[in-house]
Design a protein around this ligand. Sequence first.
Ligand code: PAF
Length: 279
Amino acid sequence: MKIIKSISEMQNFSHGMRRAGETIGFVPTMGYLHEGHMSLAREAKGGNAKSVISIFVNPAQFGPSEDFAAYPRDMNGDLEKCETAFVDAVFVPDAREMYPDGFSTHVDVLDVTDVMEGTRRHGHFRGVATVVLKLFNIVMPSRAYFGRKDYQQTVVIRRMTRDLNLEAEVVVMPTVREPDGLAMSSRNAYLSPPERAAAPVIYRALSGAKKLYDDGERSAEALAGSVRKVLAGEPMVELEYAEVSDAETLAPLQQVTAGAVLAVAARIGRTRLIDNILL
Ligand code: PAF
């Protein structure tokens, strides 16, 4: 497994692969890898000649009062996991490599960032879209793999890929969950034992709303209301939003038609978690 720190070396590696006619499956990550990431890595390895993972905690997607400094990091553990998944190359640039002095270009994806996370985490998707475009230009993937847990992120990246005619095919994989339903996330590491015990209520609330939908409920307010009610029963959880949106445009819905997503953000202590379910 190659460990590559410089952009030029990564581009040389990828050029070599692409010239040899080999496909590259790419998993961009911020590290602290868990089973959700590894399921993407396996998919990238299985569906392409070569697989590449990037590990870069991207400062540009954290707001000033967010958890950039505290974000969990474990480079040695991550590299071991990549070895085990037979990843061909791991790209581990530092911030100066990605954002040298004078860096001044950003990607803003409009409309689909006007809701949900976009209205609570100002500048977050600008940071995500900018780094993902840079990573696509550096790694030159044939396919890039993202988890559905970050639903709005997948919509933003698909939109950018379409609008800017990027070559990479964006592949979105199902959320990987702990046995009790909690969506896997590097941020779960922040949860204290009592908070961790409370956290699965988020998925229980989403699953309850999905059951209502499957039983015929089509009012977005009723579905979001059922999430609010379940979460209100767990004092450790503070709901930020529960929103039903069109799965492609993310436009808020009043009546749920086919292809909708119910997304939630909630705080448990100092940890902010997001999750969603497709209706
Ligand atoms: O989902 C993430 O871990 C990050 O937002 C990503 C896509 C790696 C960009 O930094």
